[in-house]
Each structure stands twice: as structure tokens, then as C-alpha cells.
Design a protein around this ligand. Structure first.
Ligand code: FAD
Length: 385
């Protein structure tokens, strides 16, 4: 059996690793010459961590992951703590801890685990064709590749999605812009072992530890879509959006590197239940594009990879049957994640300010129990117990 994997991001790389572990021949085709992820870092929640453990990256991931033992929300003007609690109850109930990691390092780990030299870079798929018993991908350099099945891990702008669904999907602007990057840990901004989030005015400023004494930071601001992006004014822009916010936020803005700070307009796509067509399977953002509000997009891609490989390995009624079983296992799970994230996004970003204000009030009486139990439910919905 030969699988063609389109896209060498988190989803494609995990799928290729998973199939290879079961002895399935794989070939990965990646559009760009060098992968440059859209974000500086990513929080891998225990459901994603378990998938990476399962795929043989347990030790490597621990080297990259930050030590995130506590979680805290802070009020935006004075920086007073609204709630602070340990993550230990979450870790105890799900059996694994979360790891925030720098994206470039995660990507390197995945490609090294798979075998970087087995990825063909600069191969952009334009279209796919199925015939009885095989599937062919055509690239923009005029070449093609044929296999027994094709895994479309070509991200949120997937060109293969339309072939699978039979219609074009629209990306939906979620209403806010996210700036993110890495900065050296400074404990006068936030503790080194804590996920700290300042909230107010429907905006947020967040810091998570990653390895190498660095914080992953992000700023969210509800804004119209399509505003001019200018790297040279990032610091001034953030100073404007966060005028009157507490001293640690001002300090963070003064310490970021505008050259390496990413600016992303956040989108998702309405969930759909069809993830496969014949011998083609959508995996990762091509099959479910979510806002990052519960940090599950990449984790869901890892879950997809594990489930898909298991279906191909454990069933013997043929590829098309295994892919349908993959769809059956994944469609409701990923729909749920996208809609949960959308709901969280609206509360966090002031879609209805009264609801957001109530959330701020609720945070002042939060012991950790409600937040952690919501996280537990999401995490335990993954394929690995
Ligand atoms: P991608 O990472 O987009 O990879 C797709 C790959 O396919 C790319 O390398 C691309 O070059 C290639 N490609 C595209 N088109 C073609 C083509 N035609 N031919 C060949 N190759 C092609 N998730 C989490 O789990 N936790 C988080 O904390 C988190 N934070 C996030 C923060 C932000 C700001 C954003 C935007 C997202 C976040 N996510 C997070 C989501 C996560 O980044 C994505 O879900 C994840 O990257 C999806 O992986 P993927 O492989 O499906 O897609």
C-alpha cells in the first residue's frame, strides 16, 4: 500500500510518521521550499501529547515543552489576579501534561522523526484525480504522483477540500487579530511556570512558557478585517490598542521583537461531516479549520493522524472502507472542537460585551474547577485514553 501525503505541516508530518510506523509506504509532497508556520508557538494539550507519545516522540517533546504548572487570569488595568490555580488536577485526571512548544522546533522534530529527506519540497498540488484502485496528485511543475490513497493535509486553504466536498467552502473571519511571538522570560511580567492571561475590553494578552527560557506571547484585539499590516509600527499599534493596561503588559510590548512578531487575522470554517471521498482523506485544517481559542487545531490534526493510521492498520475490508471508518470516528469530534472554539472565541472577544463582562465577573470566583473540567472533557474526547 502506498500513501501520498499532501502537505508537510503538523497534520501531514504526523500522518506520514503514523503510516510509516505501520509499514505503509509514504511519500510527502510539500508546496513550499521551507515551511514557515503562521504562529511562533503552539500549546499541545494532553490529547495531542498522547498522540505524539504514541508516535514515538515522548522524549523529544519533553525537551521542547515549557513547564506550565499554573494558570492565572489577571484584570487588565491594575494587573490584579482574578484567579490562579494549579494545573495538577487536570494532569492527574487525564494522565498527561500539556506542552507549549515553539512551532519551528515542533516542525523540526516531526520532520526529523519522519525523515526530512523523504519530503519533496516545492511540490504544490493543483488537482487530484481518482481512478479505479488509485489516486493521482498533479503538481504545478507539471509532474504527478500516484498512490493507493491520498491524504490531503494541505491546510486551511486546501485545494483538495473542494474535490472531496464537491463545493467550495468559505473561511469565516472570527472578528479579531492575533499578534504572536517569542520573548525571553521576564518574571516581572509573569511567573515562568504559569500560563498568564490579562483580560479586559474584549482583548487579551497571554504568556506561556516554552523551553529555552522563553515565553510564547500573544495579543488579541477585536478589529475589522483587512487593516493595513505594517511590521514597522507593531509596537506603536499594540501600545495604542493596550493603552491604560497594566505595567507588565506595557513591559511585554517594549520587549517584543517587531521583526519576528506575527500578525494573523483569525478565521475558521463552518464544520462539515464529509472528510473522505473514495481513496482521499482530508486531515488537519483541510478537514476542520478552527479558531485557536481552545488551542486544539494542531492537536486535532495529531488525533486525525493516529486514527487514520489505526483504521488502515486494523481493518481489512480495503482502503475505502478504512477511510469511511476514519470519517465516522472523526467527523463529530472535530465539529465539536470547531464549535467549542467558536463559542469560546465569542465570549473572550466581546462579541456581546455583556456576556464577556459576565465572564470577567465569573473569573473572580473561579477556583479552577470549572475551567479545568471543561478542558478535561475536551481532552478526554480524544482517541487515546
Ligand atoms: P498547516 O500547518 O497549515 O500545514 C499545511 C501544509 O500544507 C503547509 O506546510 C503548506 O505549505 C502545505 N500546502 C498547502 N497547500 C498545498 C498544496 N496545494 N500542495 C502541497 N502542499 C500544500 N493548534 C493547537 O493545537 N494549539 C494551539 O495553541 C494553536 N494555536 C494557534 C494559534 C494561531 C494564531 C493559529 C493561527 C493556529 C493555532 N493552532 C493551534 C492551530 C494549528 O496551527 C493548526 O490547526 C495546524 O497547524 C494544522 O496543521 P495542518 O498540517 O493541517 O495545516
Amino acid at each position: 500500500m502506498k500513501a501520498i501525503v499532501i502537505g508537510g505541516g503538523i497534520g501531514g508530518a504526523c500522518a506520514a510518521i503514523a503510516l510509516k510506523r505501520f509499514g505503509i509506504e509514504t511519500a510527502v509532497y510539500e508546496a513550499v521550499k521551507e515551511i514557515k508556520p503562521v504562529g511562533a508557538a503552539i500549546s499541545i494539550w494532553p490529547n495531542g501529547v498522547k498522540c505524539l507519545n504514541y508516535l514515538g516522540m515522548k522524549d523529544a517533546l519533553r525537551e521542547l515543552g515549557g513547564n506550565m504548572r499554573f494558570m492565572a487570569y489577571k484584570e487588565y488595568q491594575q494587573g490584579q489576579t482574578m484567579t490562579r490555580f494549579s494545573m495538577d488536577p487536570l494532569i492527574k485526571s487525564v494522565g498527561e501534561q500539556p506542552y507549549p512548544v515553539a512551532r519551528a522546533e515542533l516542525q523540526s522534530m516531526l520532520l526529523d522523526t519522519y525523515g526530512r529527506d523523504q519530503v519533496q519540497f516545492g511540490k504544490r498540488v493543483t488537482h487530484v484525480e481518482e481512478s479505479a484502485g488509485s489516486v493521482t496528485a498533479w503538481f504545478d511543475d507539471g509532474t504527478s504522483a500516484t498512490g493507493d490513497l491520498l491524504i490531503a493535509a494541505d491546510g486551511t486553504h486546501s485545494v483538495i477540500r473542494q474535490h472531496v466536498l464537491g463545493y467550495a467552502t468559505e473561511r469565516r473571519y472570527a472578528g479579531y487579530v492575533n499578534w504572536n511571538g517569542l520573548v525571553e522570560i521576564d518574571e516581572s511580567i509573569a511567573p515562568a511556570d504559569q500560563w498568564t492571561t490579562f483580560v479586559g475590553e474584549g482583548k487579551r494578552v497571554s504568556l506561556m512558557p516554552v523551553s529555552g527560557n522563553r515565553f510564547y506571547f500573544f495579543f488579541d484585539v477585536p478589529l475589522p478585517k483587512g487593516l493595513l499590516q505594517d511590521r514597522t509600527t507593531v509596537r506603536e499599534d499594540l501600545q495604542g490598542y493596550f493603552a491604560g493596561w497594566a505595567e507588565p503588559v506595557q513591559k511585554l510590548i517594549s520587549q517584543i521583537n517587531p521583526e519576528t512578531t506575527n500578525r494573523v487575522e483569525i478565521h475558521d470554517i463552518d464544520p462539515f461531516m464529509q472528510l473522505v471521498k473514495g481513496r482521499i482523506a482530508l486531515l488537519g485544517d483541510s478537514g476542520h479549520s478552527t479558531t485557536p481559542d481552545i488551542g486544539q487545531g494542531g492537536c486535532a490534526a495529531m488525533e486525525d493522524a493516529v486514527v487514520l493510521a489505526n483504521m488502515l492498520q486494523t481493518n481489512s475490508l480495503g482502503i475505502e472502507d478504512a477511510l469511511l471508518r476514519y470519517q465516522e470516528k472523526r467527523a463529530y469530534r472535530v465539529k465539536d472542537l470547531v464549535l467549542k472554539a467558536r463559542k469560546r472565541c465569542d465570549v473572550t472577544h466581546g462579541k456581546e460585551m455583556a456576556v464577556t463582562e459576565q465572564w470577567y465577573e465569573d473569573l473572580k470566583t473561579e477556583t479552577g474547577e470549572r475551567i479545568l473540567s471543561g478542558m478535561c472533557e475536551t481532552i478526554l474526547g480524544g482517541p487515546l485514553e
